[in-house]
Design a protein around this ligand. Structure first.
Ligand code: GFB
Length: 314
């Protein structure tokens, strides 16, 4: 078990994003007094010289590497170059600088899309690279897999204490609610909310509604990240999820019941379904003693409240 003193210098790379902001909140709640962060304007994480300079000046002891270019199924399909370039560069520069400047421990976050498209369910950590990836997000998945391999390689060659965790699909406050680039949960919250405001009954859901997905509230993920930073020491990446999935249709019905109970779902099968099913095997994490605590329905209700308080004026 890693003991992390409350005055440790902890760098959250990507602190304004969905995951990074949840980790910052979690660190503050635990009483950590020295979180380090840099905005995009202050530090371009794709620039190795700039990242080295920042690490030399700030000397982080612990790093949560949760920065990256992310998005839902449509953004992945239409901006593949950004998804592979930005993520490969960001992972490489931060991991390399963490090695050069003696970071004690680094936790890198991947994504459940690293596993093969037709992976046996639930997906065990060992299934990595066992067959072909889902084409709609292959460039992103390849960059994410490279991140895992970077951490392993620096551990093997230089003895760096770098570990990886693979979260399932996430949602929560500070999510991206832009309909072109968002993931499904914020997209549905916004679509049902817009329909309610316009007095419209019909809401369009992409795809057939039959793919199955697992969802984790980002506050649960932040809790898991701190737990894993303390408890995990292996080169094997660790799955993080709820261990429960549902169809997109069931998810849409749940969001409808929270946001706009009178609405009617219409499925647009011209839009991609993506991977048929993505459910992580979380037995390793459960065996270590961590479980999620926010039920999906409760998480959707609180995310909707956050959205209402923070959405741009109509
Ligand atoms: O969340 P999502 O974009 O990501 O889509 P993936 C999940 C499912 O919801 C797909 C359907 O089957 C979508 O077709 N869906 C229905 C919608 N309506 C909507 C909508 O209005 N917006 C969106 N976005 N989806 C991403 C990957 O895959 O998940 C990334 O592209 C990453 O690489 C991320 O791994 C976690 O689960 O399909």
């Amino acid at each position: 078990m890693e003991y992390i003193p409350l005055d440790a210098r902890i760098y959250v790379a990507g602190h304004t994003g969905l995951v990074g902001s949840a980790i910052m909140r979690r660190l503050a709640r635990e009483g950590f007094s020295n979180p380090l962060a840099a905005t995009r304007e202050q530090l371009d994480l794709r620039d190795q010289a700039a990242v080295n300079y920042w690490f030399r000046a700030n000397r982080p002891e612990y790093v949560f590497l949760v920065a990256g270019t992310v998005g839902g199924i449509m953004a992945n399909s239409t901006r593949p170059a950004e998804f592979i370039y930005d993520n490969m560069m960001i992972h490489a520069t931060v991991v390399h600088a963490a090695h050069l400047f003696g970071v004690r421990k680094l936790l890198y976050l991947g994504s459940s899309c690293i596993y093969p498209r037709d992976c046996r369910q639930p997906m065990r950590e060992e299934a990595l690279l066992s067959s072909r990836l889902e084409p709609t997000n292959e460039p992103y998945a390849v960059a994410k897999i490279a991140g895992i391999k970077l951490c392993q390689a620096y551990r093997r060659q230089y003895g760096c204490n770098f570990i990886s965790a693979m979260p399932t699909n996430l949602y929560g406050p500070h999510d991206n609610f832009d309909l072109e680039s968002s993931h499904v949960v914020p997209a549905l919250i916004r679509k049902f909310d817009d329909a309610r405001a316009a007095g419209r009954e019909q809401v369009v859901i992409w795809g057939t509604g039959s793919p199955r997905r697992e969802f984790l509230h980002v506050d649960d993920l932040a809790d898991a990240c701190l737990f894993i930073m303390r408890a995990w020491e292996d080169e094997l990446h660790l799955n993080v999820g709820s261990g429960e999935d549902l169809t997109i249709r069931e998810l849409a019905e749940m969001v409808r019941d929270v946001v706009h109970p009178g609405a009617r779902l219409v499925f647009d099968a011209t839009k991609p379904d993506g991977t048929p099913r993505k459910l992580l095997d979380v037995s390793r994490l459960h065996a270590l003693g961590w479980r999620h605590s926010i039920a999906l329905r409760d998480g959707i209700e609180s995310s909707y409240r956050w959205y209402v308080e923070n959405r741009p004026d109509r």
